[in-house]
Design a binder for this molecule. Structure first.
Ligand code: HPA
Length: 277
């Protein structure tokens, strides 16, 4: 059996016996949002350390566990802390948790992240619904032998972010009177932030926000035909837009400041998405 698939099944079997829970929505929490999971009706938690073969995040501020529970009546699995390519994991390992959540039963993948702005109209603290993505500057998690059990070799990418889910997010934000930008997210490897020239490059390529995650997970989820939606929290203006250096602390501070609003938006969106499943 293919080693990547075998590892996935090992993780799945190790979870299945411990957690008899079938999520409908999988939520990945970005920087500064980790405590969202504390506010839901938790059924159980599972530390990544307790899953055989599972990649464990090394980023400060990322907790590293699955939380199983309910957002209102919607069964969810939440990744409190994701793994990043810049930590040294292979792309196959980075997307393993996403694949695992699909095997557990999740139909929808809700991606969140903290991102830098590329679009000069954006402000720190804005939210941006991801309408499309540029993943070509990081390796594809689908490189290598195709996992036919999960999806096809050459998969269509014409609507990675589901149009119906986008409409739900749009109307939810409107009803909650939360401004929701819409734009294209580009993933770079990190871990260094971009140079001003790289931010200009991202703009020239058609991106509105830049970060170090998300598109690889969306590629893997799209391969498995999950329905995907995503929101970036614009934690800072892209490097060079202001005449000042960036810091990881700034990213965390902004995300924490707008977290209550972000949580409201996510909760209400999940409730509405749940009604369509
Ligand atoms: N660049 C890349 N990743 C990020 C940024 C940024 O400016 N802010 C938060 N994550």
């Amino acid at each position: 059996m293919n080693a990547v698939y075998e590892k996935l099944l090992t993780c799945y079997n190790s979870i299945k016996d411990k957690i008899p829970f079938e999520p409908k929505v999988a939520l990945i929490l970005g920087s500064g949002l980790g405590d969202y999971a504390d506010g839901i009706e938790v059924v159980s938690t599972l530390s990544y350390h307790d899953i055989e073969g599972f990649p464990v995040s090394t980023v400060a501020g990322h907790k590293g566990q699955f939380v199983f529970g309910y957002v209102d009546k919607v069964p969810v699995v939440i990744m409190q802390g994701r793994v990043h390519y810049y930590e040294g994991y292979s792309m196959q390992d980075v997307v393993l948790p996403t694949r695992l959540m699909k095997l557990m039963g999740a139909k929808v993948l809700f991606l969140t992240n903290a991102a830098g702005s590329v679009n000069i109209e954006y402000e720190a603290g804005d939210f941006m619904m991801i309408t499309d993505q540029i993943s070509s500057l990081v390796p594809s998690p689908l490189i290598g032998q195709n996992l036919d059990e999960l999806g096809p070799r050459f998969c269509d990418m014409s609507e990675v972010y589901d149009k119906d889910l986008q409409e739900i997010l749009r109307t939810t934000a409107k009803d909650l009177q939360i401004r929701l930008r819409e734009g294209v997210y580009i993933q770079l490897t990190g871990p260094a932030f971009e140079t001003p020239a790289e931010v200009r490059m991202c703009r020239a390529l058609g991106a509105d926000a830049v970060g170090m995650s998300t598109t690889c997970e969306a590629v893997a989820a799209n391969h498995m035909q999950m329905k995907i939606c995503g929101i970036s929290c614009i934690s800072n203006l892209g490097c060079g837009i202001l005449d000042q250096p960036l810091s990881h602390e700034e990213v965390g501070e902004t995300a924490a400041r707008v977290a209550p609003l972000f949580k409201k938006l996510i909760t209400e969106s999940i409730i509405r998405i749940g009604k369509t499943l």
